[in-house]
Ligand binder design. Structure first.
Ligand code: ASP
Length: 345
């Protein structure tokens, strides 16, 4: 009895500082690009890609687990993938027609609908960090080319020599694409290899706020100055209070479909789930226009969608328990989140 009274007194004393346990619904969902061709992958490639996706999930989860905003989880995860040469973003980006790496990226905060984007940069090690600087340190939403690089320098964003981004594999992909173009062939494998390995992340933090981000080298053999959907808010990236999307695929079609915004609009106005809204846009509207690809979609209730219409899409998620789930191909099932969502009709 005495003990009980002591406990009660202690609770009263600590009352204002003891927080009722909040349910932690935080989740991070990532992609490493649609257009995966199984026959091109060695077991070593597969293992490396799975390990990189898991690392990106863990790094992002570290942010969510300590109560940091969704934006921090998105930038942490994307930075890992930009630094890994297996993805078409940062190091390992594809080459333009004239043999350069031109990088595009964007980021959006769902709670405030603030956004930042950069396009056509050649010396910025992590374009997602520059997109964030544009959002937080400038009055603008999008900066391109040399101006974006001057801004990066002013902001102390890490710059590298353009040769940093080069990998032999991407160089050989360009040589193949140039040869096929010169011989007038329109190969299906070339069509697929043109868009491969873009990275993106969407997150829901403990405060219930969403964020989305995307980073890419674009498409192999793209013409100088070509900008795809990835840095375009509403096309490749979008987030608001109810939805966050990052796309990967043939960018021209994502721009024409306003894909990321359309998915969120469907969720808001038609009350579609992330998977339903994503499938309509990715598996119906975009293919009808002639494009292909995939997207990751996250709702404010933590429900996820991962629609794609290619042979695979690198993808994965991590919830409050900190256990990463990863899948590469279309015949692999990614568990649903939250688990109860699986039971919904
Ligand atoms: N969407 C990107 C672009 O068109 C490419 C990709 O997702 O792989 O630039």
């Amino acid at each position: 009895m005495k003990k009980l009274r002591l406990c009660a007194a202690l609770l009263v004393l600590l009352g204002p500082t003891v927080q009722a346990a909040q349910p932690d619904d935080s989740v991070l969902l990532i992609h490493g690009g649609a257009g995966v061709v199984r026959s091109d992958m060695t077991p070593a490639d597969e293992a490396a890609v799975r390990a990189a996706l898991e690392l990106a999930l863990r790094k992002g989860h570290e942010q969510l687990a300590v109560g940091k905003p969704a934006l921090d989880a998105v930038t942490a995860a994307i930075t890992v993938l930009e630094d890994d040469p297996h993805f078409n973003a940062g190091k390992g980006a594809v080459f333009t027609h004239d043999g350069k790496n031109e990088l595009d990226s964007s980021l959006m905060d769902g709670a405030t609908r603030k956004a930042g984007a950069v396009a056509g940069v050649h010396t910025v090690k992590n374009p997602i960090l520059l997109a964030r600087a544009v959002m937080e340190k400038s009055e603008h939403v999008m900066m391109v080319g040399q101006g974006a690089e001057i801004f990066a320098k002013e902001q102390g964003v890490t710059l590298v020599d353009p040769s940093y981004f080069r990998t032999e594999k991407r160089w050989q992909q360009l040589q193949k694409a140039l040869k096929e173009e010169a011989s007038g062939q329109a190969h299906t494998d070339l069509e697929t290899a043109k868009h491969f390995g873009t990275v993106g992340a969407v997150a829901l933090d403990r405060q219930g706020h969403l964020a989305a981000g995307t980073s890419t080298g674009g498409m192999t053999n793209k013409r100088y100055g070509r900008v795809g959907d990835s840095p375009i808010i509403g096309a490749g990236t979008y987030a608001d209070a109810g939805c966050a999307v990052s796309g990967t695929g043939w960018g021209e079609f994502y721009i024409r479909a306003a894909a990321a915004h359309d998915i969120c609009a469907r969720m808001a106005y038609l009350k579609e789930t992330p998977q339903q809204a994503g499938e309509t846009v990715i598996n119906q509207i975009i293919p009808k226009l002639g494009g292909d690809g995939g997207a990751i979609v996250l709702g404010a209730d933590g429900a996820i969608g991962t629609p794609f219409n290619t042979e695979g899409m690198y993808r994965g998620w991590i919830g409050a328990d900190g256990v990463p789930h990863v899948a590469l191909y279309s015949d692999e099932t990614l568990p649903s989140h939250p688990p109860a969502a699986a039971a919904k009709p």
